[in-house]
Each structure stands twice: as structure tokens, then as C-alpha cells.
Write a protein that binds this ligand. Structure first.
Ligand code: ATP
Ligand code: MG
Length: 381
């Protein structure tokens, strides 16, 4: 049995992948109604950041993996020193649990990323903005941000001053705006022997800073493909990282810039459940439970993944009806996370459609047609 800290949809999809390999997954999560807790009867009912819960998890499982990076490093390090094994280990995720420490790592390795500044706690209004920065800027919380929740677009000087005047517990950073042509993402894994395996690079499309849909594979040239794979394998080796990782990129006139690193499975890799010989969750199961790790290969020419985000409470068509209508669309694979409540913008599920077209241009056309159908049933909030 392996353990996972967290009980959301990523843990749920991991439990499902475990079942296919006869690997039991025990989850540490605060409620029996959380998505992963509904799929397994092995639950440690403690909040994922509670080290006591993780200690109990360690007593029941061979190895522990994570659903997200919001972990308390000192207490996990002490558990690790007392013989609990984590995949990835605590030293290798340490620089990745915080957007500021990620940027420091990238800068120290000369891996290109957007220009950024930490927002000082004391006298933030006095912070100096480089002369080549033009509004808008992007402000980001160092930790705890997901689905666009830790991001804020700052359009002008007045908004900047207002923003800097608000006292915040968490550190934030300010980032130069990037006029990208595309957003790209890669999911990769590294096993305990150091072998790196990559999924096809994908294009991600966001709406209000939240991932809306994903097209696999990305329409990029060979140089960009090589550069992305080079960056991910260098980082994995540098961190001596074992497990699944995802890196988000901006691509455009400024070249390729790393936006974010996620030390875990990622929304941009969900297409792999249907489209690849081994999914991102299967890679995590195999690496964590010591099964020979297969090379993920595409089974089809492409895939479209669309997120189902919660709509406003007065949306005229009921949730069950929307779901039924989605299930009626031929060829659509529906993944429903069974969350208790439909809150606006909350990730409630996703759908994947496998694409036939051989060339990138027709694939995108095919994807946009299906997307239109999906969005007529379930719009973006
Ligand atoms: P998630 O967890 O959903 O990946 P997040 O909350 O961690 O998101 P980011 O990935 O940093 O936040 O940003 C969300 C989105 O906001 C990006 O995918 C991109 O579309 C936009 N964005 C972020 N930073 C910038 C920037 N510097 N310039 C332009 N757009 C940006
Ligand atoms: Mg992101």
C-alpha cells in the first residue's frame, strides 16, 4: 500500500490508477466526502498539512507521495529522518513549494523565467520597479495559489499602490507581464534509477488565470520541444528528484520562459489517462510502489482536455442535466470528481476527447469544434 497526502481530484485519479495496477492507495484528507476519500476505504482523517496524520500514513504505507506542494517542510523532514520514505523526497521538493524559492532556483541555474521582484514586507510602497517594466504587472502569492486564486493583475499605478498597501500574511511577488503567443506545459517523471520519461508537450489555454482547456500535442517546432525537455531533465537531475513533475512555460517573442513548476501530477497531464499507454498517475503509482516504470507513448494522434468549472448558482440548467448532456456527446470521456458543492470557478471535473487528425492544423480545428459542443453544454464561468 502507498500513501498520498491530500484527498482532492489528483489523489482521486491516483487511487483510480492504483486500482488498475492492484496497488492500494491510502489518503490523508480532512473529510470523508473529499473526492479521493470516496474512491478508497483507506483514509487517514487528518488535514493534509497535519504532520501527525502523515506520521499515521507512514505507519500504514511503504512510501508516501503528495497531491500538492503545500506541505510543511520541517515536520516532514523530521518524519523522513525517522524512517518514513517520501516520493519525491523532502530535500528535492523544498525549493519548489514556494513560487519565490522556485524563481530563485531558476535564476541560480540560469533557466529563463519572467523578471520578478519579491514584495518587501516593510515599506512595500518604496519598492523600486525596474524602468523597463510597463503595466500591467502580475502579482502572485508565493504559496497557496491555485486556479488563479493567488494571482492579481495590476493595471496601473493606482492599483499598484492600493495593492501594496494591503497587509498580507503570505509573501507575494511582482512579475513583469509576458506577452506570450502560447502557454506550454510538460509532465515528466524520473524514477529511482534516474531515468527521465516525458509526456508530449501540450498547449494550455487559460481563462481568468485558470486552465480552461488543453491541446495535446502542442504545435511547436523541434527546437522548442528539445529546449523544454532539456530544461525538465536538467531540473530533475539537479534536484535528484524522483516522481512526477510538471512545468508550465510561456512561449513567444521573449523565447521560452518557465512560469511555474509543480512537483506532482498536473491538470495539463489529464489527457494522458485516455491518450497514452501509461498516464501521469500510472507513472506516479509505478514509481512510488516500485513497479517497472513504462515509457508513456501516445495511443492516438492527439487529445483535447476541457475542465468543468463550477458555474454561478443561478445558472438555468441543473448540474445533473449538464452532466447527462455531456455524457451524450459521442467519444467524450467524462471524469467527475463528486465534490459536494458547485462553487463558481471550482474544478468539478474534466472531459477528454481523442483527436484523429494527423496534422496539427486540422487537429486544432477538430479540437475547436468539439470544444464548441462541450461549451454549449457547460460554459466557462
Ligand atoms: P495554476 O495553479 O492554475 O497553474 P496559479 O494560480 O499557480 O495557476 P500561475 O500559473 O502563475 O498561477 O498563473 C496563472 C495564469 O496567469 C498563467 O497560466 C497565465 O495565463 C497568466 N499569467 C501568469 N503570470 C503571467 C505574466 N507574468 N504575464 C502574463 N500572464 C501571466
Ligand atoms: Mg499555473
Amino acid at each position: 500500500m502507498i500513501g498520498v497526502v491530500g484527498g482532492g481530484q489528483l489523489a482521486m485519479l491516483l487511487v483510480e490508477a492504483g486500482k488498475k495496477r492492484d496497488v492500494d492507495v491510502i489518503v490523508q484528507t480532512s473529510a470523508k466526502t473529499d473526492p479521493a476519500a470516496k474512491k478508497t476505504n483507506q483514509i487517514i482523517l487528518h488535514h493534509p498539512t497535519n504532520p501527525l496524520g502523515t506520521k499515521l500514513l507512514g505507519e500504514k504505507s511503504r512510501l508516501i507521495t503528495f497531491e500538492n506542494e503545500w506541505v510543511d517542510i520541517p515536520s516532514l523532514l523530521s518524519l523522513q529522518n525517522n524512517g518514513i520514505s517520501f516520493v519525491p523526497n523532502i530535500q528535492s521538493i523544498r525549493p519548489l513549494i514556494n513560487k519565490i524559492s522556485q524563481r530563485e532556483l531558476l535564476n541560480s541555474l540560469d533557466i529563463p523565467c519572467p523578471d520578478w521582484l519579491p514584495i518587501p514586507k516593510k515599506k512595500p510602497l518604496g519598492m523600486e520597479i525596474p524602468s523597463d517594466w510597463e503595466f500591467p504587472f502580475m502579482a502572485k502569492a508565493a504559496t497557496g495559489g491555485y486556479d488563479g486564486k493567488g494571482t492579481k493583475i495590476i493595471k496601473n499605478l493606482k492599483q499598484l499602490q492600493e495593492f501594496l498597501l494591503v497587509e498580507r500574511e503570505e509573501p507575494w511577488m511582482l512579475e513583469k507581464w509576458v506577452s506570450f503567443q502560447k502557454e506550454l506545459s510538460i509532465v515528466a517523471s524520473r524514477d529511482s534509477k534516474g531515468i527521465v520519461r516525458t509526456f508530449p508537450i501540450v498547449e494550455t489555454y487559460q481563462s481568468k488565470q485558470v486552465c480552461d482547456w488543453v491541446l495535446a500535442p502542442a504545435d511547436i517546432n523541434h527546437d522548442v520541444d528539445l529546449m523544454v525537455k532539456n530544461i525538465v531533465s536538467s531540473l530533475l537531475a539537479k534536484l535528484d528528484y524522483v516522481g512526477v513533475i510538471a512545468i508550465e512555460f510561456f512561449y513567444g517573442s521573449e523565447g521560452l520562459l518557465v512560469n511555474e513548476i509543480a512537483p506532482r501530477t498536473h491538470n495539463s497531464g489529464h489527457f494522458s489517462i485516455e491518450a497514452c499507454t501509461s498516464s501521469q498517475f500510472d507513472q506516479q503509482i509505478c514509481i512510488t510502489s516500485g513497479i517497472n516504470v513504462p515509457m508513456p507513448e501516445m495511443l492516438v494522434n492527439g487529445a483535447l482536455m476541457v475542465n468543468l468549472l463550477g458555474l454561478q448558482s443561478n445558472y438555468p440548467i441543473e448540474l445533473t442535466q449538464r452532466l447527462e448532456n455531456l455524457r451524450d456527446i459521442p467519444g467524450l470521456n467524462v471524469h467527475w470528481y463528486e465534490k459536494e458543492e458547485e462553487k463558481k470557478g471550482r474544478k468539478l471535473g474534466h472531459v477528454t476527447y481523442l483527436l484523429d487528425s494527423k496534422d496539427a492544423l486540422s487537429r486544432k480545428k477538430e479540437a475547436l469544434n468539439v470544444l464548441k459542443n462541450i461549451r454549449s453544454v457547460w460554459p466557462t464561468p
